[in-house]
Design a protein around this ligand. Structure first.
Ligand code: PEP
Ligand code: MG
Length: 563
């Protein structure tokens, strides 16, 4: 029987059609129960049953690992033996799995040999799957030939980093706004997402055929034949549009009259570099480093240096590495942040780092140690006051000296700031004085300018980057950067929006950092522009005082350019 269409928030564009996989979230943590109470024989039976249940899945999943590396964990004396020892000491099987997994991640994660370090990832993948099975919850197997629409109440950062575009045709979620962690990853992978649907796990059945339209925000479970045929047609159109854009992968991105624009990509880790290059990006315009801090503890300086060096080596152009931006809407479990009434206006991003100097210096040293591997641009996010910037400069100098004192010769690197708080846009000329570049983060700039939480689907109507106040702050920042003769870029979602690109080119942006799947469309727009025409267009937009007027005007211009 056909069911009513469900409407949610369109978060990542595109269309996916596949059977639903219901994925209920479950925090991977100790229960808090005192050890000593559990019946160890019973807990061991539960453990062996769960191991048997997931064995086949693990063999299929292997998640990029060498064959057998995950299944062998189930018999490994450190992993399996460790769980048994803890059960014998009175823990439940589930708690024993959490404890053993966390201990092994800590041990393996510090080993110098990369093959051994990989075992930390396998232990985590196996431990989490086993933990969910012990709670009677399934975990999807990515890499199987079939695809799925993931239907979930909430997706954790760990789960998000495991997503695979070839297996996940779409995501339908109860929680998570357009710029939440999992949405950022899904956009990078080109997976359509609809979010903000209450009780979604009750609304859709496991295995039911679903259409997830991330462009309109519509979700259709058990569609009728006509709806299904229309969705397949739309999917075919999207695929051929993508193929046409792939053909545009010329090395140079410039307007028709030859004004070059550096087109780079946003990444969350080393694995995202190649998709950016494949899409025609020539650098990394923003590495959100907080994604490598999502495990159960912070990566060591060695580990960070290895990751940063790896990314720099793989990228032919600059890599803009943003220092960790956690807190607010991006919580990291081990950074115990007290409950805050307004986390988005609270102790987050640079504020947190400045208060945790040793932690911050570790990251800065790791970046500087890796700087000889490529073209490094260090970027500070969430800047709101001049004194913070002075402190950042001092800390960079300190980290640099500490690295040199260890006998390491750093390469040349730039240091810049992110403009994502209105105070930084208004004072960009002052803030840029001691820095080499700036990049605008429209996701936060929009939320702070318009006082509309980017995570809250209820205020999505108020959260609109086409608002003239946001556009004027962008223009103001660009003017300040030009005056200071410093490069200006953009890494927020607006840099991935083909409609808005003519404004950015007209305002003289030097670099744009888009998500890999959007690089083709952004490039197509730039190639179709004339730089004087774009300047004229930007001037016109700046005279407008209504959000819809701006959007309608830019849509019309986009249609003219695409004709
Ligand atoms: C932004 O705020 O626009 C940005 C790029 O940073 P994030 O989305 O990671 O907050
Ligand atoms: Mg931001």
């Amino acid at each position: 029987m056909t069911r009513a269409t469900i409407h949610g928030l369109p978060v990542s564009s595109g269309v996916g059609i596949a059977p639903a996989f219901l994925f209920r979230s479950l925090p991977f943590q100790l229960s808090g129960a005192a050890p000593g109470k559990a019946d160890s024989n019973h807990e061991k039976e539960l453990l062996e049953q769960a191991c048997a249940d997931i064995k086949l899945e693990l063999a299929e999943a292997e998640e990029g690992a060498a064959p057998g590396s995950m299944t062998s964990m189930l018999a490994d004396h450190l992993f399996h033996g460790g769980v048994i020892d803890r059960i014998d000491a009175g823990m439940t099987a589930a708690d024993a799995v959490v404890q053993t997994t966390n201990d092994l991640i800590a041990i393996y994660g510090e080993l110098p040999d990369p093959v051994m370090r990989n075992r930390a990832d396998y232990a985590e993948a196996v431990g989490r799957r086993l933990f969910r099975r012990l709670h009677g919850l399934p975990t999807p197997v990515f890499g199987r030939s079939s695809t799925m629409i993931l239907v979930t109440d909430e997706m954790s950062p760990f789960e998000a980093t495991r997503l695979q575009a070839a297996s996940v045709a779409g995501i339908v979620s109860e929680r998570g706004g357009a710029t939440s962690h999992f949405a950022i990853i899904a956009k990078q992978l080109g997976i359509p997402v609809v979010s903000g649907i209450p009780n979604v796990l009750q609304a859709i059945a496991h295995g039911e055929c679903c259409i997830c339209d991330g462009t309109s925000g519509a979700v259709q479970a058990t569609p009728d034949e006509a709806t299904l045929a229309a969705a397949h047609m739309r999917l075919a159109e999207i695929t051929s549009e993508r193929e046409a854009l792939a053909a545009l992968r010329r090395p140079r991105t410039a307007t028709r009259d030859g004004r070059p624009v550096n087109l780079w990509g946003n990444i969350a880790g080393p694995a995202d570099v190649q998709p950016v290059l494949d899409a025609g990006g020539t650098g990394v315009g923003m590495f959100r480093t907080e994604f490598i801090f999502m495990g159960d503890e912070a990566p060591s300086e060695e580990r960070q240096t290895a990751v940063y060096g790896d990314i720099l080596r793989r990228t032919p152009g600059p890599v803009v590495m943003r220092t960790i931006e956690a807190g607010g809407d991006k919580s990291i479990p081990y950074l115990t942040i007290d409950h805050e009434e307004n986390p988005n206006l609270g102790w987050q991003g640079l504020r947190m780092c400045l208060d945790m100097e040793a932690f911050f210096l570790t990251q800065l040293r790791a970046m500087i140690r890796a700087s000889s591997e490529g073209e490094l641009w260090i970027m500070f996010p969430f800047v709101s006051a001049l004194w913070e910037l002075r402190r950042c400069r001092e800390l960079i100098t300190k980290a640099d000296l500490e690295v040199k004192a260890k006998g390491v010769r750093p390469g040349n690197y730039k240091v810049g700031i992110m403009v994502e708080v209105p105070s930084a846009a208004l004072l960009a000329d002052e803030y840029l004085r001691d820095f080499d570049f700036c990049s605008i983060g429209t996701n936060d700039l929009t939320q702070f300018t318009l006082a509309a939480d980017r995570m809250n689907p209820k205020v999505a109507r108020w959260y609109d980057s086409y608002h003239p106040a946001v556009v004027r702050l962008i223009a103001m920042t660009a003017r300040a950067a030009h005056k200071a003769r410093k490069p200006i870029g953009m890494a927020g979602d607006m840099a991935s929006d083909a409609l808005f690109i003519p404004v950015l080119v007209g305002l003289g942006f030097d670099f744009l950092s888009a998500t890999a799947p959007r690089i083709g469309a952004v490039k197509k727009t730039i190639l179709s522009l004339d730089s004087r025409g774009a300047q004229e267009l930007a001037r016109t937009v700046l005279t407008m005082n209504d959000t819809e007027e701006i959007r309608t005007f830019l849509k019309k211009k986009h249609e003219e350019l695409s004709a």
